[in-house]
Design a protein around this ligand. Structure first.
Ligand code: IFM
Length: 390
C-alpha cells in the first residue's frame, strides 16, 4: 500500500466543523432540527462564530500560536444546494480558506462530512437512501477537484458512528428516529459512503492521505460486563475500524471513558470529576483508544483528530492537555504509530443539541461581540508541539 502520510510532519493543530462555527448555515438538516418543536435542541446555531467571514482572523490566530495544521469542514449543503448542482461560489470560498491556511503555513486538514446533510438529501431519505453513498462520493470528488491540491489530509466522514446512534437509535440528532434496525442500516450506508469517497478522492488526487474520524471511548468492563463491552464496542467502533483497514490513517476522536456492567453503561463513577459535557474528566482515554484502534486495524497509522474538554475553568483544560498528551506519548512509546494531535476545538462553538453552553475552545468567542480571546491553554497546547512540527 502506498505511504501517503509519511511526508507530513507530526500534525499539531486545532479543529472546527462548518455548522458549529460558520453561522447562517440554513440549507441543511441540522438547521431544521434546531428549529423543530420537540427536537430537544437548547438553542439554534444562528450566527455561530461568524467564521464564515472571520476565518482569516481565526486562521491567523492559530498560526500565531505556532500550530502546524487547521482541521475544518466543508459544508455539503452550501456546495450542493440542489442535487448535482455545485456552487462555484462556495467551492471558491473553501478554496480561499485552504489558501489562507497555506499562506499562514498551516496544513489544511479537510473534513468532507461533519454531521450535516443538505436538506434535499435528508428529505429524500438521507443515509437510508440507496444512492446516498454514491452522491456523497461524487460530492467529495467535486471538492477534491477544486481544492484537493491545497489539502494536506482529507477526512471523509467525521464520526459516522454518532449520527447512526444519536440520529437513528436515540432520537437526539436528526432525523430523530428511535429504531435500532435503521441504525444498523445507516451504519452500513456510512461505511459504503466512506469506501466510495476514499476511491473518489484518490482518483482525483492519488497522493492525498485519506481516512475517516471515529468517535472512540475507553470502555472499561466491570465484573460480568466483558461481553457487554464487546457488543457495545462492536457496533459503535469496531465495524468502522475494520472498514478503515485500507485507509492511509484512522482518525481517533476521544474524550472520556465509559464503565460497563452486565446490564450496560453504569454511569459516572462517584468521586471522579465531571466535565461541563456531563462525562468524566478522563484524559487517559486517549491512550486506551489509540491502542484499541491500532489493534483492531492491524497497525494503521493514527491521527488524534479530536480530543478536548468542555469547561469554563481553563486550568482544567491545561491539565487535560498535559495528561492526554502524556497518555498519547505513552502509547507511542509502546509502538503505536500516531501521526498527529488535533485539539477539539479551535473556538468555543455550537455544541449541537446542547447549544453554546459547553465551551471546548482554545479561543473564547464572545457571543454578542464575536470578539476572540486566546485562552492560556491555547499557548500551553502549542508549546507542547514536537520540535520540528513547524
Ligand atoms: O463538538 C463535537 C464534534 O462535533 C464531534 N466530536 C465531539 C465534539 C465534542 O462533543
Amino acid at each position: 500500500m502506498s505511504d501517503r502520510i509519511s511526508p507530513l510532519p507530526f500534525l499539531w493543530g486545532a479543529a472546527t466543523s462548518a455548522h458549529q462555527v460558520e453561522g447562517g448555515n440554513v440549507l441543511n438538516d441540522w438547521h431544521d432540527w434546531e428549529l423543530a418543536p420537540g427536537s430537544g435542541c437548547a438553542e439554534p446555531s444562528g450566527s455561530a462564530c461568524d467564521h464564515l467571514h472571520r476565518y482569516p482572523q481565526d486562521i491567523a490566530l492559530l498560526a500565531d500560536l505556532g500550530l502546524n495544521c487547521y482541521r475544518f469542514a466543508v459544508e455539503w449543503s452550501r456546495i450542493e444546494p440542489e442535487p448535482s448542482t455545485y456552487s462555484r461560489r462556495w467551492l471558491d470560498h473553501y478554496r480561499a480558506m485552504a489558501e489562507c491556511c497555506r499562506d499562514h503555513r498551516l496544513l489544511p486538514v479537510i473534513t468532507m462530512h461533519h454531521f450535516t446533510n443538505p436538506r434535499w438529501l435528508a428529505r429524500g431519505g438521507g443515509w437510508e437512501h440507496r444512492q446516498t453513498p454514491e452522491r456523497f462520493a461524487r460530492f467529495c470528488a467535486v471538492v477534491t477537484e477544486r481544492l484537493g491540491d491545497l489539502a494536506a489530509v482529507a477526512i471523509t466522514i467525521n464520526e459516522p458512528n454518532m449520527p447512526a446512534l444519536l440520529g437513528y437509535e436515540e432520537g437526539v440528532f436528526p432525523p430523530g428516529r428511535r429504531d435500532r434496525e435503521a441504525r444498523l442500516r445507516v451504519t452500513e450506508m456510512f461505511i459504503e459512503g466512506h469506501r466510495l469517497a476514499v476511491e473518489a478522492i484518490r482518483e482525483v488526487r492519488p497522493d492525498l492521505p485519506v481516512g475517516l474520524a471515529l468517535a472512540m471511548a475507553e470502555w472499561q468492563a466491570l465484573p460480568g460486563g466483558e461481553g457487554e463491552v464487546e457488543s457495545v464496542r462492536r457496533l459503535r467502533e469496531d465495524v468502522f475500524l475494520e472498514a478503515a483497514g485500507g485507509d492511509d490513517f484512522v482518525g481517533v476522536n476521544t474524550y472520556t471513558r465509559h464503565r460497563i456492567g452486565p446490564q450496560g453503561w453504569v454511569g459516572n463513577e462517584a468521586g471522579v470529576e465531571v466535565t461541563a459535557a456531563g462525562y468524566e474528566f478522563w484524559p487517559e482515554a486517549i491512550g486506551a483508544t489509540l491502542r484499541r484502534a491500532w489493534e483492531v486495524t492491524g497497525g494503521r497509522p493514527l491521527i488524534v483528530t479530536e480530543s478536548g474538554i468542555a469547561t469554563d475553568d481553563d486550568r482544567r483544560r491545561v491539565e487535560y492537555i498535559d495528561r492526554s498528551t502524556a497518555a498519547m506519548r505513552g502509547a507511542m512509546a509502546d509502538g503505536v504509530d500516531v501521526r498527529g494531535l488535533i485539539h477539539w476545538s479551535a473556538l468555543d462553538n455550537f455544541e449541537w443539541h446542547h447549544g453554546y453552553a459547553q465551551r471546548f475552545g482554545l479561543i473564547a468567542v464572545d457571543r454578542d461581540s464575536q470578539e476572540r480571546t486566546v485562552k492560556p491553554s491555547a499557548r500551553h497546547f502549542a508549546a507542547l508541539a514536537p520540535t520540528g512540527a513547524r
